[in-house]
Design a protein around this ligand. Structure first.
Ligand code: NAP
Length: 312
């Protein structure tokens, strides 16, 4: 069993920044990374609202910059899937982190920064068409639909941003949204509304069913009030309807909200001593790269203070 002063679970912007602060404070730190570092930034085509990048930055470039910055320091980066986080009493609160490969890590301070996964549509044919038209990543799969017509579901920043990205590759994008108002940022909406020949808004509609053989050829939408159905002849359907927090490994008694996001105070403390949470995994209003980075710094500062207090 390896022992660390602090362990960060997750290597998105929140986790990487937390690790940076921990290691710069002289703590023996490990980052547990399930996937390539960067989190959801990696599957974002263009980040336009990160301060200091007025011309925008490619998501993967930003992820690389974050990751390389952390590599300037002595931090242990472990490629691993965490299966369980448990808390025991060993001269005070001690956390044991179980990995899928059977190894365990021991630490007094854990920062959970595992972010969230794409929420599926939840309709019958979704599974059947995964990889055959249904996608959750425009950046990864958009190129397959070059010159074709596609649809996006959702009305948040992700849906709007990725619709703009896809509009540069495909022939036409339909945005299917369940109501008339959009929660995504106005600047994206203005851009979209200025190009009606490229992007069509299909509002107050939900996806009813999918059809086509052997791959997707039609998305059938249903008006939420009238029940009227309409067929959209598209070969790709990109789903951007929010996220589900990645918390499968956390202890039962770690407090979460109704959607499963971890509750913290403003210093990123959870209800369990020595467990902190940062980034999209947290119950909060604003989920941005900059807020994730800020959460990471705050969580690390709280962890540093917590460890100092234990050692005093
Ligand atoms: P989101 O803001 O939660 O939006 C999800 C969208 O999907 C909403 O429009 C919602 O409709 C719709 N929706 C939810 N469940 C649905 C269902 N079952 N069927 C149909 N539609 C459904 O998610 P997001 O766009 O992924 O963004 C997540 C967070 O990341 C946000 O805080 C966002 O601001 C942030 N983000 C920021 C940027 C950026 O600033 N560059 C980029 C991407 C994401 P309703 O509106 O009716 O609820």
């Amino acid at each position: 069993m390896s022992k660390f002063d602090a362990v960060v679970i997750g290597s998105g912007p929140a986790g990487l920044n937390a690790a940076l602060y921990l290691v710069r404070a002289g703590l023996k730190t490990a980052i547990l990374e399930k996937n390539t570092a960067g989190g959801q930034v990696l599957s974002t085509a263009e980040v336009e609202n990160y301060l200091g990048f007025p011309k925008g930055a490619k998501g993967w470039e930003l992820a690389d910059l974050f990751s390389n910055h952390v590599n300037e320091y002595q931090v242990e980066r472990i490629r691993a899937d965490v299966t369980k986080l448990e808390t025991i009493d060993e001269n005070g609160v001690m956390h044991i982190i179980h990995l899928e490969n059977g190894e365990t890590l021991k630490t007094r301070a854990v920062i959970i920064a595992t972010g969230a996964a794409n929420r599926p549509l939840g309709i019958a044919e979704e599974e059947e068409y995964k990889g055959k038209g249904v996608s959750y990543c425009a950046l990864c799969d958009g190129n397959f639909y070059r010159g074709l017509d596609v649809a996006i579901v959702g009305g948040g920043d992700s849906a709007l941003e990725e619709a703009l990205y896809l509009s540069r590759i495909v022939n036409k994008v339909y945005i299917i949204h369940r109501r008339e108002g959009f929660r995504g940022t106005q600047i994206y909406l203005d851009k979209i509304r200025s190009m009606p020949e490229k992007i069509e808004l299909v509002t107050s509609c939900v996806v009813d069913s999918l059809a086509g053989s052997p791959a997707l050829q039609k998305v059938i939408v249903r008006h939420v009030e009238t029940g009227e159905k309409r067929e959209l002849a598209v070969e790709g359907l990109f789903v951007y309807i929010g996220h589900i927090p990645n918390t499968s490994f956390v202890p039962e008694n770690l407090e979460r909200n109704e959607q499963g996001f971890i509750k913290t105070d403003q210093e990123m403390l959870t209800n369990i001593p020595g467990i902190f949470a940062a980034g999209d995994i947290r119950a909060k209003m604003c989920r941005q790269v900059c807020t994730a980075v800020g959460d990471g710094a705050t969580a690390a500062s709280s962890a540093i203070r917590y460890l100092e207090h234990l050692n005093a």
